[in-house]
Design a protein around this ligand. Structure first.
Ligand code: EPZ
Length: 432
């Protein structure tokens, strides 16, 4: 397995181009299942999760074409998707096991074909992550759902029925899935307590471009007037706010200065406020964000994860890493997932001072220095937190299980090297 080797101590300076958002792209790909015409997605990131989703759609009968493109001054992929007629309505275990977001095929297939069999995703490194909210909403829309042999068997006679759904908890996945189901349902659907993450707005905008009738985009109440048929469309994926936030922390932790080109400040209000409160200078330009921590003495600040527009759980590990060498103590509280401090034991091995209380909170006390070590993490964002710690640690840090990073950070070493990091990938078969 590949590893990432970092020699810490460099002050990062320069420009990083933010890629298209993975968590927007994944449901957008599945929205293409709702029509027999072509959906073209531009500004797509080259990531293993995107390739995994593409493989699942090909297995369902989608024809996919891939192009190398140049969007907003950076290299990106363009993909076109056409599902003239699905040849399978089954999302098998081997696909879902590799990527939970495979569950985004459920809403579209059920809406267009009245049937879908989806391997039930299990728990994962960050928590149990059930699908009860998705399934209850589909049942309310008239679907019959059965769990058998580890699969969700869903079907509906005729079309799904528009319904007034009040989600019992805020779920990004359930909001996207039910939104995709509702656009082809009969009559009006109202989704209350919907998640408001920017990735959902991106999905709703594509669906409207395909002929859907969605109102309330960006709010907790979405109103959808079902239509009988959707058509082809072309759509540019939004910039990845989590990637942007991760590199903002790279600038801050190394007391450097990075311009994040294409980053959208409006999708990062809470994390940017935390950076400012810590003592980092943040400048917004029309097309970028400039994160300047040069000569700054940073002070630890408390953070608590919440659904958007609150502080994102997907930036918790990175900001916890930032607190490690800041002055004073900071309390990090995780409210979205029950097991999202898996980076802590690894960071302790690098000399961090962190006390985890139960599953929900951690107190970080700033230390003067971290020291390089061999580390590994169990999920994508936790792995990036280890990279961040490696960037400031004395000596060499080796991050194992790089495949986690490859799921969500496009050309990570290249981007960090371009701003001065001493970082390289050691291939499995290479001598060190
Ligand atoms: C999405 O996951 C993201 N994944 C996650 O990003 C992100 O951490 C999460 O939203 C929260 O922002 C994708 O977009 C592909 P949820 P999702 O449904 O949709 C509970 C990353 O690192 N819940 O909003 O699966 C659930 O267990 C990934 O890029 C139920 O109880 O998250 C969790 O505690 C990791 N029942 C909470 O709700 C349900 O039916 C929020 O989960 C659904 C969810």
């Amino acid at each position: 397995m590949d590893r990432i080797k970092i020699r810490g101590g460099k002050v990062l300076e320069g420009k990083i181009y933010v890629s298209g958002a993975k968590n927007a792209a994944l449901p957008l790909i599945c929205a293409s299942l709702l029509t027999d015409e072509t959906i073209t997605l531009t500004n797509m990131p080259a990531l293993s999760d995107i390739r995994a989703m593409n493989a699942l759609l090909e297995q369902l009968g989608t024809q996919i074409d891939e192009f190398d493109d140049f969007v907003d001054n950076h290299a990106a992929k363009t993909y076109s998707y056409r599902t003239k007629e699905a040849t399978s309505l089954v999302a098998p275990y081997d696909y879902v096991r590799k990527m939970r977001a495979s569950y985004y095929v459920l809403g579209p297939l059920l809406a267009r074909y009245g049937k879908c069999e989806l391997s039930l995703p299990g728990g994962c490194a960050i928590g149990a992550r059930p699908m009860d909210i998705h399934l209850a909403a589909l049942e309310q829309m008239g679907a019959k759902i059965e769990i058998k042999n580890g699969y969700i068997l869903a079907n509906v006679d005729g079309r799904l029925k528009g319904s007034h759904i009040i989600f019992p908890g805020v779920s990004v996945g359930a909001t996207c899935n039910i939104l995709m189901a509702a656009v082809l349902a009969e009559g009006e659907t109202v989704l209350e307590n919907a998640a408001k993450e920017p990735e959902i707005g991106d999905l709703a905008n594509l669906l409207n471009a395909m002929g859907a009738k969605i109102e309330g985009i960006g709010t907790a109440v979405l109103r959808i007037e079902g239509v009988e048929k959707l058509h082809g469309a072309k759509h540019k994926v939004i910039a990845d706010r989590i990637e942007a936030g991760s590199y903002a922390v790279a600038a801050a932790i190394t007391r450097g200065k990075i311009e994040l080109v294409n980053a959208q400040a409006k999708t990062l209000r809470r994390p940017l406020q935390v950076l400012k409160d810590m003592g980092v200078n943040v400048e917004e330009t029309e097309t970028s964000l400039i994160i300047d921590a040069k000569g700054c003495e940073l002070v630890g600040k408390d953070i608590m994860t919440e659904p958007f527009p609150g502080f994102p759980t997907d930036l918790q590990a990175q900001f916890l890493a930032l607190m490690l060498t800041a002055k004073g103590a900071a309390m990090v509280t995780e409210t979205i997932f029950e097991n999202r401090f898996m980076h802590v034991p690894e960071l302790l091995r690098m000399g961090a001072n962190i006390n985890v209380h139960g599953h929900a909170s951690a107190i970080v006390r700033g230390v003067k220095n971290l020291s390089g070590a061999q580390v590994m993490a169990t999920d994508l964002r936790a792995s990036f937190a280890l990279v961040l710690a490696g960037l400031v640690a004395e000596g060499e840090t080796v991050v194992n299980r790089v495949y986690h990073l490859d799921r969500g950070y496009e050309r990570l070493e290249e981007k960090l090297r371009s701003v001065g990091a001493d970082i390289e990938r050691v291939k499995d078969n290479e001598e060190e």
